[in-house]
Write a protein that binds this ligand. Structure first.
Ligand SMILES: *[C@@H]1O[C@H](CO)[C@@H](O)[C@H](O)[C@H]1NC(C)=O
Ligand SMILES: *[C@@H]1O[C@H](CO)[C@@H](O)[C@H](O)[C@H]1NC(C)=O
Ligand SMILES: *[C@@H]1O[C@H](CO)[C@@H](O)[C@H](O)[C@H]1NC(C)=O
Ligand SMILES: *[C@@H]1O[C@H](CO)[C@@H](O)[C@H](O)[C@H]1NC(C)=O
Ligand SMILES: *[C@@H]1O[C@H](CO)[C@@H](O)[C@H](O)[C@H]1NC(C)=O
Ligand SMILES: CC(=O)N[C@H]1CO[C@H](CO)[C@@H](O)[C@@H]1O
Ligand SMILES: [Ca+2]
Ligand SMILES: [Ca+2]
Length: 587
């Protein structure tokens, strides 16, 4: 018996897409995120490296991924595993050499893959030569004097100067952003770790240095950059306190957490858009047919705060700001209506002519089996790959990899180690375990006789590995590969519009319709509920004045790969909890 629903009808204006132009390669690709320590270890030291990645590049051709994005591989003391850069123009020895990088990029290009680098402009390592010089003194002869955000002790303060903290600003890991340096008798600002001093992008010399870094990698042939932590680039020069967040309850005896304040002096300052535009123009100088250079930005924020990073028609910025809204999906709030809300927020406010993108997992959030439940991992890949726009896959999501668990003492992540009382909320180790390639020792990730840098999830022995899943045409990997091919081949997936069909507490469903009449449309249905759902889609389509031919479709793909090819009546479609269907129709 089909339930009665509210029907939600929205239509988006599309760009008419007849194949993508040379400068739009980032639209019909899948971006695959590699956390380099954890992808493939070539030399048996237990840590992944560049030569390891190079040795596995054919995998991307096999599964239909076109773009690889590397988390930082630059020279770094690894206080934040590479997000603390000591030399923006060199490779860290743990990952290999510049020659290894050159080999990686040339093989990637030979295989038709694009390579995107992580770009970390907000801060450097405290061991970067710029900082080492900058902290020595504030003499006008010190050319690095203003490379970082240095501030005097608060005025009219009767305490010793190192206690005269300039203001109430709190960093992302809790506690003050200010760190005292006796040599300069000043504080420097760090929004992340103490070992990650923020660069001063108001200094023209810093702006030039950073442009030089961009040029260095563009000349090496990288196809794009992903700009890290963009909302934190600038802080207000007036140094006024930030307002207290009324929704925050302080914990007695504990340092204040990031959300104790409303960050309108240290985040999303308007100046950042000037900088983005400058960088965009640098990329444009290197963008000659066929080599368009792509830019994405990273920041965790509400969709309203993210959208401005697209720029404007006159002043374009990112090709897209990475859209993290779906990373908020948790076990307790996963539902059809919640997915609808998050998807629709982005789609309804998307600036005209701009391209959406979707991210469900990354190196800062638990993976789906842990965050929501193992039986939803496949369906969420269906959702991510078939929504309009560019999907981003975190390594291992294609095989439905799960998290590991490590104790506080075994933790590697500084965000956890610096927060002994809250480490379970901060830890990012669980989602960073080594990639599971096959059933050999360490899941084929490493030949080390010792330990890998984080433990391998033991479920690699029970089917969660690439080799076993390649041999099984019903596996998560088989599903992923089929979806990747579908989104590349079917014109219905090469537009940026969608129509919602049935949306309920359990169900989120949408139609992808090609711009050219007479070609197949696809109805995608996800059951995000905790029990089976049977619904009438025929009436919903009719209400939208659309009708499937003969009121039937063919199941192109089912998330469990067990209903593919079945004929399906539209007036009563049943899905198990966590199941997704892709139904091909003519309308
Ligand atoms: C510091 O104290 C002096 C003398 O009491 C006062 O004139 C001045 O305005 C104060 N400055 C600030 C920044 O509060
Ligand atoms: C910051 O927020 C406070 C409180 O909402 C407001 O009074 C103040 O004007 C804001 N400042 C800026 C720079 O937006
Ligand atoms: C879902 O729940 C989590 C945990 O309670 C919360 O952090 C997150 O903001 C919620 N997401 C949405 C979209 O409501
Ligand atoms: C963790 O390490 C500390 C210091 O080395 C030690 O005292 C403690 O017993 C360890 N805790 C566990 C649970 O292993
Ligand atoms: C998998 O292979 C078997 C045996 O060849 C075949 O019967 C089945 O239809 C295939 N399933 C899928 C989903 O391709
Ligand atoms: C999603 C993302 O890239 N997060 C990074 C933001 O920047 C901090 C500091 O560089 C990193 O620790 C996060 O991993
Ligand atoms: Ca290695
Ligand atoms: Ca900053």
């Amino acid at each position: 018996m089909a339930a009665k629903h509210a029907f939600l009808l929205f239509v988006f204006i599309s760009n008419t897409v007849v194949g993508f132009r040379w400068n739009e390669w980032w639209k019909d690709t899948i971006v695959y995120q590699i956390y380099p320590r954890s992808f493939m270890d070539s030399d048996g030291d237990g840590v992944g490296d560049l030569a390891g990645i190079t040795s596995r590049l054919e995998y991307f051709n096999d599964i239909g991924v076109g773009t690889v994005w590397l988390n930082p591989v630059y020279k770094s003391p690894m206080a934040d595993f590479g997000y603390d850069v000591a030399d923006f123009k060199d490779i860290d020895p743990i990952f290999g050499t510049m020659a290894d990088f050159d080999e990686l990029i040339s093989k990637a290009h030979r295989l038709g893959l694009k390579l995107v680098m992580d770009f970390v402009p907000n801060h450097t390592s405290d061991q970067h030569p710029w900082f080492v010089e900058s902290k020595k003194n504030k003499d006008s002869t010190n050319r690095y004097r203003d490379y970082y955000v240095w501030v005097d002790p608060k005025k009219n303060c009767s305490d010793p100067p190192e206690k005269c903290i300039p203001n109430n600003w709190v960093g992302l890991l809790g506690g003050t952003v200010w760190e005292w340096v006796p040599e300069r008798q000043q504080f420097y600002l760090h929004q992340f770790l103490k070992k990650q001093p923020d660069l001063n992008h108001r200094d023209p010399a810093v702006q030039l240095e950073i442009i030089g870094v961009l040029q260095f990698w563009l000349e090496k042939g990288v196809d794009g950059i992903r700009v890290d932590a963009i909302r934190h680039i600038y802080e207000s020069e007036d140094l006024e306190d930030e307002p207290i967040n009324p929704d925050y309850t302080p914990i007695p005896g504990e340092r204040p957490q990031y959300h104790s304040l409303i960050h309108n002096k240290t985040a999303d300052l308007p100046e950042v858009h000037e900088l983005m535009y400058v960088w965009r123009r640098v990329l444009d100088k290197y963008s000659g047919e066929p080599n368009y250079r792509f830019m994405a930005t990273e920041t965790y924020d509400t969709h309203k705060a993210l959208l401005p990073y697209y720029g404007t028609p006159e002043r374009p910025e990112a090709d897209f700001p990475f859209n993290y809204v779906l990373t908020q999906l948790k076990r307790e709030n996963l539902s059809g209506t919640k997915i609808f809300e998050l998807v629709n927020d982005w789609m309804k406010d998307l600036p005209s002519g701009k391209w959406p993108n979707w991210i469900i997992c990354n190196h800062d959030n638990f993976r789906i089996p842990h965050r929501i439940g193992a039986n939803y991992a496949r369906a969420l890949n269906v959702l991510e790959l078939l929504l309009p726009g560019t999907p981003k896959t975190y390594y291992g999501d294609e095989i439905a990899m799960g998290d590991i668990w490590v104790t506080y003492n075994e933790s590697r992540d500084p965000f956890a180690k610096n927060n002994p009382n809250h480490w379970k909320e901060y830890t990012r180790d669980p989602e960073r375990s080594p990639m599971q390639w096959d059933r050999s020792s360490h899941a084929g990730f490493s030949t080390t006789i010792g330990d890998t840098w984080l433990p391998v999830n033991q479920n690699y022995l029970s089917g969660i590995n690439v080799a076993d899943q390649k041999a099984d045409n019903t596996s998560a990997l088989a599903l992923y590969t089929k979806l990747a091919a579908l989104r590349k081949d079917a014109p219905a997936f090469q537009t940026n519009h969608l129509k919602y069909v049935v949306v309920t507490e359990k169900i989120f469903s949408f139609l992808r319709i090609p711009d050219t009449p007479g070609l197949n449309s696809f109805l995608i249905i996800v059951n995000a509920g905790t029990s089976e759902s049977t619904d009438d889609y025929s009436a919903a389509l009719e209400e939208m004045m659309l009708k499937a031919e003969g009121d039937t479709g063919v199941i192109e793909v089912s998330s469990n790969m067990d209903r593919n090819g079945n004929l399906q009546e539209m007036n009563g479609i049943s899905l198990a909890a966590g199941e997704a269907l892709v139904i091909k129709l003519l309308i």
